[in-house]
Design a protein around this ligand. Structure first.
Ligand SMILES: NC(=O)c1ccc[n+]([C@@H]2O[C@H](COP(=O)([O-])OP(=O)(O)OC[C@H]3O[C@@H](n4cnc5c(N)ncnc54)[C@H](OP(=O)(O)O)[C@@H]3O)[C@@H](O)[C@H]2O)c1
Length: 267
């Protein structure tokens, strides 16, 4: 018959279709999934774009990511509103990765706020706000992610801290940054040991001053002087560091400084 294939087996087209579908499904399942917090702006937005570009499936979060207008949901990108300080947000983010993309391979803890003030001028609401976002957010989201990664037999966590935590600068008063981000650097090392045998790697990136909406344009000139390489970092440079860590299977417990040399000493 005209419709038959050369060998005449009438089941061959059906078999081919089934095999093709199985191949597509396997391909879909083998894609890795990353969850990025604070992804509507600045570094988080660049991270989301970079991971999408690398072929990842991305769950992107911020409190108002669906209305921010910086990312558009797609079959590879889920946008989830929510405050990372709420345990319910953490559960929803990891559930979305599992339900929509089949699992969670990488978590990037990026959501964070910066409230520079003299130590004795911080209000208790400043204290609560910075602690909630920078520490509580890390705690719940990471806990949920690790539970899922343990089920999957591995994964990795990259946390965005700051070079200021290890190298304070006279005149840049940011004790709540040191307090919270210093804790993130410390816990990154502790968790790297705790979960090494479970195949989960923990690393941090400690940026210098990066050109994001966190800093007013009129301050950029003076902020350049905070690095031996006298310029601000770019969001793409932080995203490149995250991709490097994700692709470096023998690195765990590392705090990678992307700060134009600021951590190296005096200049
Ligand atoms: N820019 C720098 O110079 C610099 C230097 C060192 C470290 N860092 C760190 O890099 C990270 C990103 O900073 P950035 O400069 O890109 O800041 P950014 O442009 O202000 O972006 C912050 C992001 O976090 C989200 N966010 C804030 N609070 C949140 C919460 N409670 N729950 C969920 N999302 C929240 C914001 O969106 P919504 O308002 O919609 O929630 C936004 O998407 C922070 O952890 C920061 O500490 C920045």
């Amino acid at each position: 018959m005209a419709g038959d294939l050369p060998n005449g087996n009438p089941f061959l087209p059906v078999l081919c279709t089934v095999m093709l579908w199985a191949h597509i499904r396997r391909g879909m399942q083998s894609k890795s999934t990353v969850l990025i917090t604070g992804a509507s702006s600045g570094i988080g937005l660049a991270l989301a774009k970079a991971f999408l570009q690398e072929g990842y499936q991305v769950v992107a979060n911020s409190r108002r990511i669906t209305s921010a207008g910086t990312l558009t949901a797609s079959p590879s990108l889920a946008l989830i509103d929510g405050d990372v300080a709420e345990p319910a947000t953490a559960a929803k983010l990891v559930d979305t990765a599992v339900r929509q993309f089949g699992g969670l391979d990488v978590l990037v803890n990026n959501a964070g706020i910066f409230v520079p003030k003299a130590f004795d001028e911080y209000s208790s609401s400043d204290f609560r706000r910075v602690l909630d976002t920078n520490v509580t957010g890390f705690f719940y989201v990471t806990q949920h992610a690790v539970r899922q990664m343990k089920k999957q037999g591995g994964g990795q966590v990259v946390t965005i801290s700051t070079t200021l935590a290890g190298q304070p600068v006279a005149g840049v008063n940011a004790a709540l940054t040191s307090l919270t981000k210093g804790g993130l650097n410390a816990v990154t090392k502790g968790l790297a040991l705790e979960y090494a045998a479970s195949g989960i790697r923990f690393n941090a990136i400690a940026p210098g001053i990066v050109d994001t909406p966190m800093h007013r344009a009129e301050d950029h000139e003076s902020l350049k002087d905070l690095h031996p390489i006298r310029r601000l970092g770019t969001v793409e440079e932080i995203a490149a560091a995250a991709l490097f860590l994700v692709k470096a299977p023998f690195i765990t417990g590392e705090v990678l400084h992307v700060d134009g040399g600021a951590h190296a000493g005096k200049w």
